[in-house]
Design a protein around this ligand. Sequence first.
Ligand code: NGQ
Ligand code: ZN
Length: 454
Amino acid sequence: MALLHVSSALLETGWHRNVLFTVEGRMIVDIAPDVAPPPAAERLQGIAVPGVANVHSHAFQRAMAGLAERRGPEDDSFWTWREIMYRFLAVMTPNDVEAVAAWLYVEMLEAGFTSVGEFHYLHNAPDGARYADPAEMGSRIVAAAEAAGIGLTLLPCFYAHGGCGGLPPVPGQARFLSDLDGFARLVDASRRHVARLDGANLGIAPHSLRAVDARELRALVAAHPVGPIHIHAAEQTREVDECTAWSGARPVEWLLDNMGVDARWCLIHCTHMTDKESRRLAQSGAVAGLCPITEANLGDGIFEAPRYLGAGGRFAIGSDSNVRISLGEELRTLEYGQRLRERKRNRLGPPGSSTGRHLFDAARRGGAQALGLSSGALAAGNAADIVILDDTSPALVARTGDAVLDSWTFAAGDGIARDVYAGGRRVVAGGRHVRRDEIRARFTRTLARLPGNA
Ligand code: NGQ
Ligand code: ZN
């Protein structure tokens, strides 16, 4: 049992001072506000907020961050980026993926993300051959999460086609492919790896309506009656056009019409929705997994947040391509997109509310839902995912209450999280991950071998 005392904390019931947390194993078992620290307590000077789930990551892509920012002969797009990404992943070994993922998860924890949904599709060897263990690559993700101490929801991805309506895959997709039987074996093997990691979860991730046909998607949902289901949807206008040409319906519309989308579902991006799709998705109880930094980087478009949130829609944040790892920057980018489009300020959140607080609350709640976690709030009975912000940081000096979240979101740089507990374990102390040096050294050695110019 551990006792942690902080000077202030954002609890489920709002802001409180002098808060004592009792942590047992992975869980918070008691919270007492307005108490002096007992002698046995560890005293942490700072502001405690709940750790937030990062619901959408392709870990291996961290290794190519910054390598696709060079203008090509024709208009660069999501699709030209994807070709660079495919060339890059073709050379990555299981060891490489583990080293990159472990470092990425260190960065996530230092940024205040205490769990990650790994949308994992790099299953096969570079030539498409199966590894002896079909979940060899997934086991490396589990090992990386274990080394970093981040909460993991592993989302093995089903990928079978190269376009809507069951088009054949292209050669660059060989590492992702399986059929339904192979996928069942992959999920079973993944489950065994996940089981050895305390608190880890398993879901499934049909990649997108470009990679999964209608029959397969129905079979996958029927075979997995519990747990999170994540799918990419409506990120690019070309995808919307392709889906409409195939089915007569747009991607989000098709999923709503055909798949019984509910609170188990997390639809990643949903950048391009009509008014009606926004309203229907909001009513479904599903989570929209928004990845604002990646969506900006890839030129996807701007999510229609005021409309969707106004209809009660839930969202969560994902770092997706992992080109940058920053919770504040994700939330800021989401809000700034709306400001730039509407030429107005403070677009998200009801009148009178703090924008930072509103976005943070929505992201922590939606994140926990999308990953199937009992966290997302500092409350007894929830996982001890606790982020203690450095109240001596220049960006937070003289800030209290919601102003802390506004300043974190809009004014602070990186390095605001001083101490981070994930599943009851202190993984960041004094702003540094407890295994930072060793995990970083392995990452550095790995990057030195991978192509440095894609
Ligand atoms: C992915 N990433 O699976 O890594 C995708 C690109 C695709 C994003 N959509 C590949 N951001 O969607 O075909
Ligand atoms: Zn993605």
